[in-house]
Ligand binder design. Structure first.
Ligand SMILES: *Cc1c(COP(=O)(O)O)cnc(C)c1O
Length: 399
């Protein structure tokens, strides 16, 4: 019960029962609580039992996620994704979540909180995956959902998914960043609960990506955790997850974070190159539409995460992203373009001598291969050959 919203900038605090996304001083808020006493033993027992909400890879860690007492969360369930070992690194596949991206881990918590706050409608700006996840969880909770998307800039699959779950889509004539500004304004003046990653409850759910991968590795911390970096909610969440896991003694050492941006959407990389002396805004362009973001909302949270973990920020080009995606797809795993930044980043950081091959490295694949079918077809190593319906044509095509 001891949870509160604390400003990362001025340390002011607010009760979790109020609707609030930022501090009066403008700083981002985080859910903070007294030290978590539950630990690996109980988490492992819950994972093995799979009873009720223990089957969820989010709510299994509930003492560190959200105090819900005897209430039932709005859960599919989600999480409990696989860890694959390929090319000498691990891939934690968050595309195996119910709507095909890690966003479900944050959304189960944010929508549970929306219900507790008595919200009637929920909203977000999205490059596609947040909107699909929001629409699904809102449908389950019987809430109206409104999503703000940049017109013509999200994949057909993500848009179709969002509409199918019943959301109202506002196609904003502008980029993601203008859709983000608009939804912040609209949610305040229309009294709609905002569930972008500015929402501190989303962050609490996304921490469990890290906690579950530590559990997958039997609580032996890896040397590196690598993630795509767009709006930077996840980078911030990973830092908080590691701080709390380390403070609670679940892991003995602190892994290093590597946040990877697309070169065409690299404001955080630019800031990193200047030791975070200034904040950058760019006009974003990349094939990795999930991270096509020029003015990331969780900039400050992400700085804290990189500093805490002695982390690094790298950038990769669209060609490097597609080459890495071909390898991940070719290994039979598959992911959407944004997720492939991780493997592209590892290759680049190894070449630069920052990472070494004997270090344990976990790449987080954030989205499913079918999330962006157009990109999958475009970068595919397999080929399509049109033929007449005859055996001779088959032999000729394969010969
Ligand atoms: C949302 C998303 C990201 C970016 O995460 P941020 O928290 O915005 O940095 C990366 N990949 C995929 C597939 C996503 O859906």
């Amino acid at each position: 019960m001891n949870e509160k919203l604390v400003c990362a900038q001025c340390a002011a605090s607010y009760p979790v029962s109020v609707v609030r996304y930022e501090c009066d001083c403008g700083g981002l808020l985080a859910v903070e609580r007294e030290p978590i006493t539950a630990g690996p033993a109980i988490f492992d027992e819950r994972r093995a039992s799979r009873r009720g909400i223990d089957a969820s890879g989010v709510w299994r860690f509930r003492e560190g996620v959200l105090f819900i007492g005897n209430d039932l969360p709005v859960s599919h369930p989600e999480g409990d994704t696989r860890l694959y070992e390929r090319f000498g690194v691990f891939f934690k596949h968050e595309g195996e979540n119910p709507t095909g991206s890690f966003k479900d881990r944050g959304m189960t918590v944010a929508v549970t909180q929306a219900v507790r706050l008595g919200a009637r409608a929920v909203a977000c700006a999205s490059t596609g995956n947040t909107s699909a996840s929001l629409a699904a969880y809102a449908a389950q909770a019987n809430l109206k959902s409104v999503v703000f998307i940049p017109a013509g800039k999200i994949s057909a699959g993500k848009l179709g998914q969002t509409l199918a779950y019943g959301a109202t889509c506002l196609e904003v004539r502008g980029d993601f960043d203008s859709a983000m500004r608009l939804v912040r304004e609209a949610s305040t003046s229309l009294g709609i609960y905002l569930v972008n990653s500015i929402n501190p409850f989303r962050i609490e759910g996304q921490k469990t990506i890290v906690w579950e991968l530590l559990q997958d590795l039997r609580w032996k911390a890896p040397d590196w955790i690598v993630i795509p970096a767009g709006n930077l909610g996840n980078t911030g969440a990973f830092g908080k997850a590691l701080r709390e896991a380390h403070a609670a003694g679940w892991i003995a050492k602190m892994p290093r974070l590597a946040a990877i941006q697309a070169a065409g959407a690299n404001p955080f990389y630019q800031s990193y190159r200047q030791q975070f002396a200034s904040r950058f805004r760019v006009a974003a362009e990349t094939i990795a539409t999930a991270i096509r973001i020029g003015d990331p909302v969780s900039h400050d949270r992400a700085i804290a995460a990189i500093r805490l973990t002695n982390g690094v920020v790298e950038q990769v080009t669209d060609d490097e992203i597609l080459a890495a995606k071909r390898e991940i797809d070719g290994a039979g795993i598959g992911c959407e373009p944004a997720s492939a930044t991780t493997w592209a980043g590892v290759k680049k950081l190894r070449a630069a001598g920052v990472m070494r091959e004997n270090e344990t490295t976990v790449c987080v694949l954030t989205g499913h291969i079918l999330k962006d079918a157009e990109a999958a077809v475009r970068s595919a190593s397999g080929r399509t050959i049109a033929i007449e319906p005859t055996l001779a044509a088959v032999e000729k095509a394969l010969g």
